[in-house]
Design a protein. Structure first.
Length: 392
């Protein structure tokens, strides 16, 4: 067989060159035919794939059905109930697809469908846990095109630590999911997770040093080398790094529970509530200093809005790993799905701040104590499949 060119591949084969920032024309033969035509059409300038803002329109939301009692112990049923509740709320605004092990798919369909007014699809793709933000694909878009980046999930680099848990199925899920939907797959030139990546959709990425420039993900690589890999894989032009904190949680301080873009030039910053551990207060303070002195890829200074957490003294008994961050919210089409923690004043204030930040969206809060008890939030349990922008 004659090889037409250096970038030719099956549309479902891993694009090993990890070149999201290459012109779309270079990916043309790897894309579905309609997308390929858009990608190779003359535009006057080379179009590239880039990571969109989460607030851009979605085709659907992906979630995952937690599989292992060895991970969740006697909390598994509660956590599954939380996943079903979150899926119900999101399905009011866009389609939801839940990945589940074949032997657990019937239970997932029952719980997600029970009492639901909306359709939620369950597809049989084996997973280990619910954190699809981290192990699922991170999507990119270009004119008429969508592709998925596999960020080489390695269980947060926690093998051999107290946080270690099975992740072989999760590590394979991104590729299987992309194959299921015929979306081209790009292999990232770094190891990371979707929760470690936050973008404004205009070329700016927020990230913590602790979760990416870390020997448990990218050993032997400097911050600049990791940044170069992020730029290449995600079509990003500027990375704003905040220090974060390594070793204090399973993610080494993911950005999505700390700081989020609400719009280009605007950032929500998680502020730990009363009773919070001093180490997380220090992370918040340092992050605020970095963000307030930073400019984005377009040269704009960042306007920072603080989102105070609940009083930890009012939510006792939920464990040291309980994530009491309102910042791990998710934005399906037309909505903001956010947690509530039972501190009435803080819950109301969070809703008010989020409504002001997203005035055109409906803000929906719901309890997620099971999910939060595992150290994550609604954002960690969801991943959006974006709509391809119009072909030029």
């Amino acid at each position: 067989m004659t090889t037409p060119g250096p970038y030719t591949t099956s549309r479902r084969r891993l694009l090993q060159f990890g070149a999201a920032a290459l012109p779309l024309a270079a990916l043309g033969t790897a894309l579905p035919s309609a997308v390929a035509r858009a990608a190779t059409a003359p535009t006057g300038a080379a179009a590239t794939l880039t990571m969109p803002a989460e607030t851009d329109p979605h085709v659907r939301t992906y979630m995952a059905w937690p599989a292992l009692s060895s991970v969740w112990s006697d909390s598994l049923d509660k956590v599954r109930g939380n996943i079903a509740d979150v899926a119900h709320e999101i399905s009011r605004f866009e389609p939801v697809v839940v990945l589940a092990r074949p032997a657990q798919a019937a239970d997932a369909r029952y719980l997600c469908g029970r009492g639901a007014r909306y359709s939620i699809d369950v597809i049989e793709i084996p997973v280990d846990d619910l954190w699809i933000r981290d192990f699922g694909p991170t999507f990119l878009v270009g004119p008429g095109a969508v592709a998925g980046v596999d960020t080489n999930f390695n269980g947060w680099g926690k093998t051999g630590t107290r946080y270690a848990q099975p992740f072989a199925h999760d590590a394979a899920a991104a590729g299987i999911l992309l194959d299921e939907y015929g979306v081209p797959r790009i292999g990232a030139g770094f190891v990371g997770e979707g929760g470690s990546l936050e973008t404004d959709g205009e070329g700016t990425l927020l990230a913590t040093v602790s979760s990416l420039v870390n020997p448990n993900r990218n050993p032997g690589r400097s911050q600049q080398q990791v940044e170069d890999a992020l730029r290449t894989a995600l079509g990003i032009t500027k990375v704003i790094w905040v220090p974060g904190l390594a070793g204090a949680d399973i993610t080494d301080c993911h950005i999505d529970c700390l700081a989020r873009f609400t719009a280009p030039g605007r950032v929500i910053l998680d502020k730990p509530g009363p009773g919070a551990d001093p180490k997380w207060i220090a992370v918040y303070e340092e992050t605020g200093r970095v963000l307030r002195s930073a400019t984005d890829a377009q040269g704009r200074p960042l306007a920072v809005t603080e989102l105070p957490g609940p009083d930890r003294r009012l939510i006792r008994g939920r464990g040291e790993e309980f994530l009491s961050s309102y910042t791990s919210y998710y934005t399906p089409n037309g909505a903001v799905i956010a947690p509530q923690f039972g501190d009435g004043r803080a819950d109301y204030l969070a809703r008010t701040i989020l409504q002001a930040a997203y005035p055109a969206r409906s803000v929906v809060q719901l309890p997620i104590d099971g999910i939060a008890g595992g150290g994550g939030g609604i954002h960690c349990a969801t991943q959006s499949h974006p709509v391809a922008p119009p072909a030029r």
